[in-house]
Design a binder for this molecule. Sequence first.
Ligand code: AMP
Length: 615
Amino acid sequence: MTETHATDPAESASPAFADLSLDARVLSTIEKMGYETPSPIQAETVPHLVAGRDVVGLAQTGTGKTAAFALPALTHMAADYDAGNLGSVPNTLVLAPTRELAIQVAEAFSSYAAQLEGISVLPIYGGAPYGPQLAGLRRGANVIVGTPGRVIDHMSKGSLDLSEIKHLILDEADEMLRMGFAEEVDKILAQTPDDKQVALFSATMPKAIRRISEDYLSDPVEVSVKAKTTTSANIRQRFVFIKHHAKPEALVRILETEPHDAAIVFVRTRSATEEVANKLSARGFRAQAINGDIPQNLREKTVEGLKAGRIDVLVATDVAARGLDVERISHVFNYDIPLDTESYVHRIGRTGRAGRSGEAILFVTPREKRMLRSIEKATRQPVEQMNLPTVADVNASRLERFSERITQTLSSEDLEEYRDLVTSYVAEHNTPAEDVAAALVAMVHDGRPLLLDEQGDDELARAAAQSFDRDDRGPRGDRGDRGPRGNKSGPPSADPGNAIYKIAVGKKDGVNPGHIVGAITGEANLRGNQVGSINIYPTFSLVELPESLSPQQLDALSTARVGGRALRIEKDSGPHGDGGGRSKREGGFRDKKRGGFGSDRPFKKKDRKPRWKDS
Ligand code: AMP
C-alpha cells in the first residue's frame, strides 16, 4: 500500500538541513552554496530517501527536486566510499526527458558532490557524438544522467553497465512519457537490479505514471505538499518576464519609476542577498541585506533602520524575513521565484500591512512559467503582466524627482547665504548664473550622469520577453538561474560583455560601493549603469565592468584614488591569481572550468586517488 504524506508547511515547522541525516560533507557543501532551509519537497522526501525508501514526489521544476534526490544518493555513495564499497561502475542513474535537463541535473549533482572528491558525474544524451560519451563511460562515472533513448543505445552497445545500480531516479516522469519514452523507461527499469532504490518525480500523476509506480516501485512513500493559499485582496500582484542576467537592471528600473516607500526583495540564497544589496547600493539606493547568517542583534538594527526610514530596500531570504511586520513596506519583489506557492503567499504578505495597499512584483524567467501558473492556480488570483520601464520612463522620473528636490529646497531652506555666494561668483567670473547652477548640479551628482543613455534599452528589451504566452512551456534549456552565473555560493560572475576587475581598496580603507562607482565613472568616462556588481572584501574589491575597457581607461583607473589609495585595477584572475590572499570566507572563486559540460567530460574532480575523509 502507498503511504501518502500531504503536509501543510504552515502547520509544521520546517526541519533544518542538519536534521536530515545527510553526509557531513554534503551538508557543508549546500550550506556553502547558501541554501538556508530545505524546500518543502526536500523536507518531505529526503528523510525517506536517506532511509532507503522508494519515493514518488509530485513536484515541478523550480521546487528544489534535484537536490531532493541528489543529496540522499550522494549521502549513500559517500558511506559506500568510506566503507571501500564504491567501485567505478555506475551507482546512480537519473533519467531525464531532455538533453538540457540531463546537463543541468548533472551540473547540480556535481556541485552537491563538491567535497566528495573522486566522485564523477556524466551526462549522456541524444543528438551528440558517441565518442566523448564512450570515453567518459570507459573512464568510469558514479552518476549517469541520461536521456532514455541514449541510455538504451549505450546499454545495447555494451558501453553502459547498469548491473550495480543502487539508485534510479526518474526526473520529470510525466514529461518523459509525453515525449514518447514509455517503452525505453520500462526497458531500463526492467534491466536494472531489483534491489535498487527508485525515486520518481513528476509534476502530474496520470495513469501511466501510476502504473510505472505500481510496477517498479516497492512500497513507495508518496509526497505532495499542500500549500496555504490565501492572498490578501489589497495587494496588487504583477509579474515581469525576464532573463536571469537582466534582473538587477530590471529591479533598479522598477524602483526608479514606481513610487514606493520601502521595499523588500526576496532572493533564494544568502550570497544573493549580499550581491543584490551591493548592486542596489552602487546605484544609489539605501539597501541592506538580511539573511540567516546575520546575527539577531544586527538583524534587529536593520529592521529598525527600515522602520525609521534609514533603509529603503531590504534584500532578504525567506528565513530572514519571517514575521517581518513593517508598515512602510509598499513593495515586495520576488526577485527569485519562491520554491513553493506557500512561500509566495508569505512573502507578499509582508506588504499591505495595517490595511494599506501593497504591490507584489514577481520576476519570472523563461523556465519558470510553470511556477507562475501554479502560483496563480494555488492563490486563485491572476497575476498580471507588467512591462519593464524603458530608459525614457526612468529618465522622466529622474527629471521629475530632480525638479521636485529643487522646488522643495527652494521652499524649505534658508538660501540667503548661498545666494550671496552665487551672486559674487557670477560677478567675479563673469559667468551666467545658469552655468553656475549647472556646475552645482554636476557637483551634486558627483560625476554621475543624471540621465541614462537610451542605448541601454536594447539590451534589456532583448532580455525581457517581447511576447509572453502563458501556455507556452518555454525553452526547457533556459535554466538561467543555474548556468555558469548561477554559482550563488561564490563571488560575482559577470554578465555577458562584462568582466570582473579587482581593485586594491577594500573594507579596511572604509570604502562603500558609492565611493567606488564615483571614482570609476569619474576617471574612466563610464556611465553609472556600466558598473555592475561590486563586492567589497577586507583588502580589495571586485567590480563588474565592461570587458572591453580601453588602455586609456585602464590607465586612468589604475591611478584613480578612493580614500587616498590608488585603485590599481586589474582583471581578476581568481584566488590563485591574487597570491592566495583570498580566503574561502572572502568568497574565493570556485573553478568554473571544473566539469565543463561543453566537453562531454565526466566531472572528475581529481585524477589522483580520491580522499574524502574530513580532516
Ligand atoms: P530545481 O527544482 O531542482 O530545478 O531547483 C530550482 C532552484 O532552486 C535551483 O537553482 C537550486 O539551486 C535552488 N534550490 C534548490 N533547493 C534550494 C534550497 N533549499 N534553498 C535555496 N535554493 C535552492
